[in-house]
Design a protein around this ligand. Sequence first.
Ligand code: SAH
Length: 353
Amino acid sequence: MTGLVEKLYQNGDLSDEELLSLINSNDEQTSELLKKYADEVRQRVYGKKVFLRGLIEISSYCRNDCLYCGIRRSNKNAQRYRLSSEEIMSCCENGYELGFRTFVLQGGEDAFFSDEVLVPIIRAIREKYFDCAITLSLGERSYESYKRLRDAGADRYLLRHEAASEELYAKLHPEKMSLENRMNCLFTLRELGYQVGAGFMVGAPYQTAWHLVKDLRFLQKLQPQMIGIGPFVPHHDTPFADHNGGTLELTLKLLGIIRLMFPKVLLPATTALGTISPVGRELGLHTGCNVVMPNLSPVKVRKKYDLYDNKICIGEEAAECRGCLEKRINSAGYIVSGERGDHSDFTASQGEK
Ligand code: SAH
């Protein structure tokens, strides 16, 4: 099986059948080699730098009903909140002082955050923190809306495609959502000049290795600047409460494969990975990851942005979170970068806007 890793390292790709056997293998030597090459490729492109993204969870209201997600509309036990413009600005202020140069505004699909509400917020952040990147992660919106938010100053958008197979997508989402629309959103975002992040959960209910191959093929077609993957972690108040979560081993394997297939991609060691193992994010950094996203949300709302059970970092102030992650990054042998951390293709042409 190590031959397949050698081949992936040499060619940056494998046939579907080869990817399937690599994903299905559970041979330690194979995983070790994958980790070694993923780290080598990551260091060739990005050195030992790790980019930070300050995550601001702006709303736990959601009109959607994704079956895996703790803030889905049908979860009557979910605690709902939304941040005011002032609260969002003060998160940015706090984050800027802590050295963050990217702010990620993430939330459920909350109708309150219309373009009329978001545009002035984005403009205000852009004006005050002209050297920072503004990333949005607010789900599916119209072309017109994505355009207005981009014109207001948003640089990047994270929208995981979740599952590139129609059949799996339908099992994870309510009937009125469609893979086609999700994919159209991603291509629209790219067309509007956003740096785009796509991705999926590893070990989602009903997911097989074949579905993961389809995800990798879709990512090759989209060529996003960031790929966000993390293990599926069950939430007790969802229809998937009794399903198994994704494993550390499989998530690391996919991270390694992704680094070899997409050498320049921005690859976060996610909070979900840190949730299933106390050293999950460190292992992620050793297996090709070069981004972490510390939480900048006010402590009083953290527990309410409850996507999955046992989510970590919900009790600490932003400064503690930042400090803790820096220690983890350093102890893993990497260094925190003070840069915006654009994808290398963007740094060359339009990094400093
Ligand atoms: N509403 C936005 C943000 C969603 S939350 C959107 O639709 O893009 C961000 C990501 O969390 C989702 O894309 C999903 O992949 C992940 N997520 C949701 N529930 C999860 C769970 N139970 N386990 C692991 N990840 C989950």
